[in-house]
Design a protein around this ligand. Structure first.
Ligand code: RBF
Length: 360
């Protein structure tokens, strides 16, 4: 079955279409699903929209997913005629393509919204079977497919400033900082965005503080095993790591627990996690995914999405930030570190820190 789009009001329409359009205006979008196609979403605006938010994993513990669902739901609450279904696909990546295919086969969704670097290829495959289905994916780059639009966060940049902060902390005289100049990075799994942007950016940022800083990089093997993350953290602390970064979804809780018990520090990507361990989590980046998703949906309604294209957004554009106005940073990080870090971050936001974004 093909995907369908909703009628717009300025089309020449028969009585059935007019009835469907009226029902949309009356807030009964479910009826409108049977309405015929009335023009491509790229051209001109639309009054109703059915969105599938496809979560490649689980919401809980995964900031990019929670923020995406929150953005879509708040947009739907503010726009009559916009409906959102959030589907959690679970952790079995081998099932994702088939699951998405059967969801799309219903023809219910005008767009599929997702956030995962591995999603474009899956959507390209699903899209071959459903040529009118559109997919919009954040946290990914994919170009040249007329069904797919992507938005890449410049995660090299967020890692650069979190790495810089980690470098300042490992060199400091803070209670748990040791002389080893050794940082740790715990990842759930390896993938190009992680290996080519996130980890190298983190080390490059730390090396701007002191070129002798080294990185101990370990992989959990999945996005949920907090015990394994705690185990890895313990052995990394034994080997001299005193400041960690982590990209591991819910499994990151194991690191937080181990660092709290053993005495180590964490800088955290994408979300405000200070409250989970004050005095342990000393810096949190912010991914403005909720804002980006609301803007994307607004562009969908306005017919302004560019399919086939990818846009990169970072700190200078206001889509990546650092949460400095939290006691977890303001009260626990020594003043002189804050001053150096704030200056560096301001430089990043002003585009004054020179770096080369590695290929993905
Ligand atoms: N990030 C999460 O926060 N939770 C997840 O469960 C999760 N699963 C992922 C699965 C795959 C196959 C890939 C490539 C990435 C996944 N990510 C997940 C990473 C996420 O999309 C993002 O890159 C990182 O959170 C860094 O912003």
């Amino acid at each position: 079955m093909k995907s369908k789009t909703k009628p717009v009001l300025n089309v020449k329409a028969g009585p059935a279409v007019l009835l469907a359009a009226a029902l949309v205006l009356l807030g009964m979008p479910a009826f409108a699903r049977g309405a015929p196609q009335s023009g491509s979403p790229q051209s001109g605006g639309r009054n109703s929209l059915s969105v599938l938010v496809y979560i490649t994993g689980m919401l809980a513990g995964s900031p990019p997913y929670e923020l995406m669902a929150a953005g879509a739901e708040s947009f739907a609450a503010a726009h009559e005629g916009v409906t959102v279904k959030v589907y959690e696909a679970g952790f079995n990546q081998a099932e994702w393509e088939e699951q998405l295919s059967s969801l799309v086969a219903s023809g219910e969704y005008d767009i599929v919204l997702g956030s995962n670097p591995s999603l474009p290829e899956i959507c390209a495959n699903v899209g071959k079977k459903f040529p009118r289905q559109k997919f919009i994916i954040t946290d990914a780059r994919y170009e040249g497919n007329p069904q797919i639009s992507t938005y890449l966060y410049n995660q090299y940049e967020q890692s650069l400033y979190l790495g810089y902060l980690a470098g300042l902390i490992t060199l400091s005289g803070m209670p748990h900082a040791n002389p080893a100049k050794r940082l740790g990075f715990i990842a759930a799994q390896e993938y190009p965005l992680l290996n080519n942007h996130i980890v190298p950016g983190f080390l490059a940022g730390a090396k701007l503080v002191d070129p002798e800083v080294s990185l101990d990089f370990r992989v959990i093997g999945n996005w949920y095993d907090a015990n394994k993350a705690a185990e890895l953290a313990g052995s990394m602390i034994d080997a001299g790591t005193d400041v960690f970064a982590v990209i591991a979804g819910g499994a990151a809780q194991g690191l937080i627990k181990a660092a709290g018990e053993r005495g180590a520090y964490i800088v955290y990507h994408n979300t405000n996690e200070y409250g989970a361990a004050p005095g342990v989590i000393l810096g949190c980046g912010q991914m403005e995914q909720k804002k980006l998703v609301e803007e994307i949906l607004s562009d969908v309604l306005a017919g302004k999405i560019q399919y086939g294209a990818s846009r990169t957004v970072g700190a200078a554009e206001g889509y990546l930030d650092f949460i400095a106005d939290d006691p977890g940073y303001a009260e626990y990080v020594p003043r002189e570190i804050q001053e150096k870090f704030n200056t560096f971050l301001a430089g990043i936001k002003a585009g004054q820190v020179n770096y080369t974004l590695p290929p993905l």
